[in-house]
Design a protein around this ligand. Structure first.
Ligand code: CMP
Length: 139
């Protein structure tokens, strides 16, 4: 069924000038943008967003990085959105990301890996509403 996922173009990809190319690849793969904003997370907000990773060795680094510069946050719509988007972006570690995936092209390391993609329908809904009000979504 047609459903939604949530993505962020992370500070590394924004700094490196890849917003346009990444959005083009997302659209080209059949995803429709139903909400989008250019914003910067405070360390507090980034910590809240990644609360499920609290206690992991990379948590502090993740929060510092994700609040280090502006990001693009968006809600995307497509059939099988969550799973198809994870295929499009590739593995978390760019060294393991399949050729042609967004992370294989634009990520620099496992931490600075260019894009986020929700890992389940449930988290897509939670993460989408973390960034957007219902009135910010145009289906
Ligand atoms: P993301 O899909 O946004 O969700 C959690 C993030 O944690 C992940 O992308 C990575 O950027 C980051 N992450 C996961 N494992 C590591 C690690 N070993 N070192 C640094 N960052 C990590």
């Amino acid at each position: 069924a047609t459903n939604r996922t949530f993505t962020m173009i992370k500070p590394d990809a924004v700094k490196n000038g890849h917003i346009g190319a990444i959005l083009e690849q997302i659209n080209g793969a059949g995803f429709r943008i139903v909400a989008m904003k250019y914003t910067q997370l405070s360390a507090e907000k980034a910590g809240e967003f990644y609360a499920v990773h609290k206690g992991r060795p990379f948590y502090d680094e993740l929060v510092t990085f994700m609040s280090s510069g502006p990001i693009v946050a968006a809600i995307l719509e497509k059939e099988n959105a969550v799973s198809d988007f994870r295929t499009l972006i590739g593995a978390t570690n760019p060294a393991e990301a399949a050729e042609g995936t967004i992370r294989s092209k634009y990520a620099t390391s496992i931490g600075e890996n260019a894009v986020h993609g929700s890992d389940s329908d449930e988290n897509a809904a939670i993460e989408g509403s973390f960034h957007f009000a219902g009135t910010d979504i145009f289906a």
